[in-house]
Design a protein around this ligand. Structure first.
Ligand code: NAD
Ligand code: 6OD
Length: 486
């Protein structure tokens, strides 16, 4: 059986005492690997290596030298594309067609974009008048914040990890990554890439394990970590924020959502259906930006629900390597149990199940996997559990609405504020509604259309801070002002 090791100071390290946990396939629950669980000692070794690397050749490199190395990392990920694809697909069960279009290319692009950003972003310069008439000049410089702890989720493992590691390294920091315990492979593979292209040892480290009383907690409470960047559930983000308060360390938190889509009657109907099918069901609904509440203007409500149902039922559920597969399993049996508990709750609360609501019949061994049906509900009020709590599965509730003011208020009536999708052909309304949405990201007539230079993050309980483009530099560097009296 394959053992997935930690990556510390440029070497693959199995934790002392040989403690391991199981990684099982979401397709059929088969054991596919054992993962070495880092204890306090391994986490400490990783943080120590990361600190030492700041003082080594990495800390002395020019921006140009770092940029060259980060471009080499991206190129090497692309060269080993098939290895990354196989690892990501094995861990998540997602369709190869999806991972090969999104997860792996973005995993590489996250290094290139931030190499460009760091190279091309100037800092401030001011000429300052002084009473003696000689004046002063002020200029700002960016310094790395130091050792960055990177805590990651399982839904887009490589993409979301490199979304943090790319800018952190571009800015000259070193990192200790704690991948999700559910998806340990691609972060580990990236260690091979780092060595292959000559990233100095200790710059990139990976420790495996869980959250509380395991590698996640050991990392985020470690005094040698200068800043923590996190993607995951809101509850976890809050725990990490508390841990970071000790030492007044900065946090960047990308957390949960309960994202609305608003479909006005004047929308391009087919585009709204296609977009909502994607936003509700892609990656088996395991996208933080995904739509779980769909508000449809009453004149097109019945037609919209019928078309969404037809689209959901046309989605082929299957194994990753089948090019016809539109939806794979959820990531684990544990997550399947959570999603199915909401499927039951919706029925208990009186929902009309438009389609789905259960587990699809899968042949042979696949019956042991974490499969669920894409599910659509109608008929519940705004306060129902499936209308208020993040499920993170392939499901949505569709509500009718009658006016713009009403729908904006209802869409905003949530503790979350990550993303919204608005579908309309009325340009004035598009701007008006986008301005009123209490979210960090509002798409109009699209969804998950990404320009990596733009600010990304959530409002309310969906996050703290923004990353992307120059906004990532705000978190991963500390500005220092130098004032020179002339
Ligand atoms: P999670 O919060 O359960 O776990 C995320 C990571 O935190 C894992 O590595 C886990 O081991 C670690 N962790 C858990 N408890 C910890 C603790 N006390 N201290 C330190 N580390 C701890 O999230 P998940 O289930 O892996 O991912 C799904 C969630 O992530 C959903 O809520 C989703 O909305 C959210 N998410 C948000 C974004 C975003 O950009 N806003 C992106 C992707 C996922
Ligand atoms: O596209 C990104 O940069 C990003 N952070 C996406 C997050 C998706 C959440 O599941």
């Amino acid at each position: 059986m394959k053992t997935i090791a930690n990556f510390i100071d440029g070497a693959f390290v199995v934790a002392a005492g040989g403690r391991v946990f199981e990684k099982r396939s979401p397709l059929n629950n088969e054991l596919i690997a054992l993962v070495s669980e880092a204890g306090r000692d391994e986490v400490d070794a990783a943080v120590t290596a990361a600190r030492a690397a700041l003082e080594g050749p990495w800390g002395k490199m020019t921006v140009d030298e770092r940029v060259k190395l980060l471009n080499a990392v991206a190129d090497e990920i692309n060269r080993r594309f098939d290895d990354f694809l196989a690892a990501e697909v094995a861990d998540t069960g997602k369709p190869r067609s999806l991972a090969s279009h999104i997860d792996i290319p973005r995993g590489a692009a996250n290094f290139k974009i931030f190499a460009d950003v760091i190279k091309n972003t100037p800092t401030e310069f001011f000429e300052t008048a002084t009473p003696d008439g000689r004046g002063a000049i002020n200029y700002a410089t960016r310094r790395p914040v130091g050792v960055v702890g990177v805590v990651c989720p399982w839904n887009l493992p490589l993409l979301l990890m490199t979304w943090k590691v790319g800018p952190a390294l571009a800015c000259g920091n070193t990192v200790v990554v704690k991948p999700s315990e559910v998806t340990p492979q691609t972060a580990t593979l990236l260690g091979e890439v780092m060595n292959a292209v000559g990233i100095p040892k200790g710059v990139y480290n990976v420790v495996h394990g869980f959250g509380p009383d395991s590698a996640g907690e050991f990392l985020t409470t470690h005094k040698g970590v200068n800043a923590i960047t996190f993607t995951g559930e809101t509850r976890t983000g809050m725990a990490i924020m508390k841990a970071a308060a000790d030492g007044a360390r900065p946090v960047s938190l990308e957390m949960g959502g309960k994202n609305p889509a608003i479909v006005f009657a004047d929308a391009d109907f087919d585009a709204a259906i296609e977009g909502t099918l994607r936003s509700a069901f892609v990656n088996c609904g395991q996208v933080c930006l995904g739509t779980e509440r769909v508000y449809v203007e009453r004149p097109i409500f019945d037609r919209f629900v019928a078309a969404l149902k037809a689209g959901a039922e046309a989605l082929q559920i299957g194994v990753p390597e089948d090019p016809a597969t539109g939806m794979g399993p959820l990531v684990s049996l544990e997550h399947q149990a959570k999603v199915l508990s909401y499927y039951r709750k919706a029925v208990e609360e009186g929902a009309t199940v438009v389609t789905g609501g259960g587990v699809p019949a899968m042949p042979g061994d696949l019956a042991k996997g974490a499969w669920v049906q894409p599910t659509i509900w109608t008929g519940l009020g705004d306060d129902a559990a499936v209308a208020t709590e993040e499920i993170f599965g392939p499901c949505c509730h569709v509500f009718p609405f009658d006016s713009e003011d009403e729908v904006v208020a209802r869409a905003n009536n949530t503790e979350y504020g990550l993303a919204a999708a608005v579908w309309t052909r009325d340009l004035s309304r598009a701007h008006r509604v986008a301005a009123r949405m209490e979210v960090g990201l509002c798409w109009v007539n699209s969804w998950f259309l990404r320009d990596l230079r733009t600010p990304f993050g959530g409002s309310k309980n969906s996050g703290i801070g923004r990353e992307g483009g120059v906004h990532s530099l705000e978190f991963y560097t500390e500005l220092k002002n130098v004032c020179i009296k002339l």
